[in-house]
Design a protein around this ligand. Structure first.
Ligand SMILES: Cc1cc2nc3c(=O)[nH]c(=O)nc-3n(C[C@H](O)[C@H](O)[C@H](O)COP(=O)(O)OP(=O)(O)OC[C@H]3O[C@@H](n4cnc5c(N)ncnc54)[C@H](O)[C@@H]3O)c2cc1C
Length: 435
């Protein structure tokens, strides 16, 4: 029996995970990636001679499958800077979870945080107790803002803790974000072991983190990875599939893992009438942007922490790339989801980011270099009750992978990796059933 031939379309974290998993299980895998750069929405960008990411990313200790995949590919743990869960907003808040299991990690952290009043501390514990009593499950999903109101969170907690956490994790404003998905994130991070809540920040660019080791593994083991090879359409060929755009023309694949971003799926599946409903469901997904501003200052500009929160600004977080293995003096300012910045020009956003830095370093001069990268459809908007498509499609032997698919989690690297594993499992099951 010859090895099942599987085409993986898209070399983001989902597609590459699926490809590695299928290759390990004995399939003959070919990956097609439209871009010259691997990694999709988590990739390196070269600009004016600088190597930066398309967006500053963080991972957390609860990204179990991503961490497992990285370990299995031989990625050294030092590629991720690991910090205990910390919310440091200079001059406003210093909340560091204790290295204890929940609820003591947060409880002790709240107690130690001198900027918080007793009212704030009780309110935070009230929210966590409320979630725990309900086993982190809601009968009816509501916006996060409603959950915060129902559990009487203080203005300070909302401004400095819950809103920044929700927007960072779900990339959706609290007035629209799903309380159920937010609860799932809290359950598996600060509601779990202290290691689960650790913040992990890549010290290498996002293409080097997983995509390079994954493609090296594939190439070493005789599988093909074609970059700069956009697939234009997928069609049936007997029991298998032909991929228009494949430089090797008439190759027929037994299975396809379609691992593009959701907004690229429909065009590729235009030939399959049985997928009309699925296409409509995917086309209806709402999106949210993420903007990252990179600013290069003198070497002596060093943040008090590798990652700090920003209050009273359109900027939500500042990262010190110098402390993350990058150039000293290079900062990244992050603005997730829609908000007051959406109407601003790139120049104005760049200026606001510089002003956020100026508040920390009043004598700082203008950055030597800066750039603003906005990913308009960074992730789907994670709203209450959103029904996400499943990995298995009505098209026999064609499965989907990607961060937008059915999952208890928002669109993250971990969701993408898990979706790749699920897609691979479905392919293997279908292929065994056919034998
Ligand atoms: C700015 C930004 C910041 C983020 N921050 C975080 C964070 O801090 N933490 C976190 O966990 N997540 C974060 N995310 C989300 C995370 O990056 C995504 O969830 C994840 O990368 C999605 O991976 P994916 O494989 O599902 O899709 P993608 O990364 O979109 O991969 C799809 C791939 O398919 C390719 N493709 C498309 N069409 C074709 C075609 N026709 N033929 C061949 N190839 C094709 C694309 O080029 C792409 O490489 C962020 C996202 C952005 C944009």
């Amino acid at each position: 029996m010859s090895a099942p031939r599987v085409a993986v379309v898209g070399a983001g974290y989902a597609g590459l995970t699926a490809a590695v998993e299928l290759a390990r299980a004995g399939c003959a895998v070919t990956v097609f990636e439209a871009s010259r750069t691997l990694g999709g929405r988590a990739r390196v960008v070269e600009k004016d001679g600088y190597r930066i990411d398309n967006g500053q990313h963080i991972l957390i200790g609860a990204y179990t499958e991503t961490l497992r995949m990285l370990r299995s590919l031989g990625v050294p743990p030092r590629q991720l800077l690991s910090r205990p869960f910390t919310l440091h907003v200079p001059g406003r808040l210093d909340l560091r979870a204790a290295e204890l299991p929940a609820p003591f990690n947060l409880a002790l952290g709240l107690l130690r945080s001198r900027e918080l009043s007793w009212q704030d501390r009780f309110a935070a514990m009230r929210l966590m107790r409320h979630l725990k009593r309900r086993r982190y499950r809601f009968e009816r999903d509501v916006p996060v803002a409603d959950l915060l109101a129902e559990t009487r969170q203080t203005r300070l907690l909302i401004e400095l803790v819950w809103e920044p956490l929700c927007v960072a994790a779900l990339n959706t404003p609290i007035a629209e974000a799903s309380a159920q998905v937010f609860a799932n994130v809290l359950r598996d991070s600060i509601g779990g072991r202290s290691a689960d809540a650790e913040i992990l920040i890549p010290r290498v660019d996002l293409t080097e983190l997983l995509p390079f080791p994954a493609t090296h593994f594939l190439s070493r083991n005789g599988h093909a990875v074609h970059t700069a090879t956009p697939i234009k359409r997928i069609t049936r060929a007997g029991e298998g599939f032909l991929l228009e755009g494949n430089p090797f023309g008439g190759e027929v694949f037994d299975h396809v893992v379609l691992a593009t971003a959701p907004y690229h799926v429909s065009a590729l599946l235009a030939d399959f009438d049985e997928a009309a409903l699925l296409r409509a469901q995917i086309d209806a997904l709402p999106y949210e942007p993420i903007t990252t501003v990179y600013l290069e200052y003198d070497d002596d500009i060093r943040l008090p922490e590798p990652m700090v929160g920003v209050a009273d600004s359109v900027v939500q977080w500042l990262f010190d790339r110098g402390q993350l293995g990058g150039m000293p003096g290079m900062l990244a300012a992050v603005i997730s989801a829609r908000g007051p910045h959406t109407e601003l020009s790139r120049e104005e956003i760049g200026l606001r980011a510089h002003q956020a830095v100026e508040r920390l370093f009043p004598r700082v001069t203008a950055p030597r270099w800066s750039t603003v990268i906005t990913e308009k459809r960074a992730t789907f908007a994670c709203r209450p009750g959103l029904v996400r498509p499943r990995h298995v499609t009505p098209i026999r032997n064609l499965v989907l992978a990607g961060d937008y698919l059915d999952s208890p989690y928002p669109a993250t690297i971990e969701t993408a990796v898990r979706s790749g594993l699920i897609a691979a499992r479905h392919v293997l099951r279908m292929s065994q059933a056919a034998q």
